[in-house]
Design a protein around this ligand. Sequence first.
Ligand code: PAF
Length: 283
Amino acid sequence: MPPPIVVTTAFEARAACTAARNEGQRVGLVPTMGALHDGHVALVREAARHADFVVCSIFVNPTQFGPHEDLARYPRDLEGDVRKLEGVAVVFAPQVTAMYPVGDETRVDVGRLAEHLCGPFRPGHFAGVATVVTKLFAVVGPCTAVFGEKDFQQLAIVRRVATDLLLPVNVVGHPIVREADGLAMSSRNAYLTPVDRPKALALSRGLFEARRAFDDGERRAGVLRALVHTLVARVASSVDYVTVADAEALVPLADDATVTTRVVIAVACRVGTTRLLDNIVLA
Ligand code: PAF
């Protein structure tokens, strides 16, 4: 397999995808912000199951970061990332001005799916994600795009955007890829100190405990939530939320509710200074 071609303009990326489609190839897209790990590699493999020509975008999107978030220190290593992208035909690695032209002011407004979970804690974040993903879909054109389920709310919003804006994109979710000890893979895990790293296991342990309880018949939302919250609260420097929510609408269940539909238990917390997410779907 030849190494991927790296392009930096929308024009080049679009031309490469159009040429591939004109040759009868199916195009796949894996949108990323770089700092690639095995979770991203799994997304690329998934894309290759749906496509003959896989594009990976690497772009740290400024509009999805709040003013006090980690945009400036977000890990960047384009060369190292490209080496990990075996089987990818094109890496699209634009500069900010290539994605947000001078005078840029258009945003994709997301609806109710952004009202809960991370939405209130990261105002504007999902509009930023929806905007950049819409731009990537516009550049790449008809394709299958693969997103990780660790960002469960992001995936739900991207599906909604593709449907609502009639975009010619088949959005595919890929299960969370975990380290051997259960920690969900994330570029932000690189921020965890040696002291924080073992503490971060509380998220997956709590979620797995909730799954065991659910499999044993527990249906009280508050009990399932508490199983996760208890473990997470012990180690986290702050907990944004531990929520049991309907897996489609992402509306939280009250603690006294009974689980009757497919639900997601989602967690966001800080371990040390690192914000971590994890979730599990119960059906
Ligand atoms: O999940 C991510 O890495 C980002 O939110 C995405 C989808 C690449 C948009 O910037």
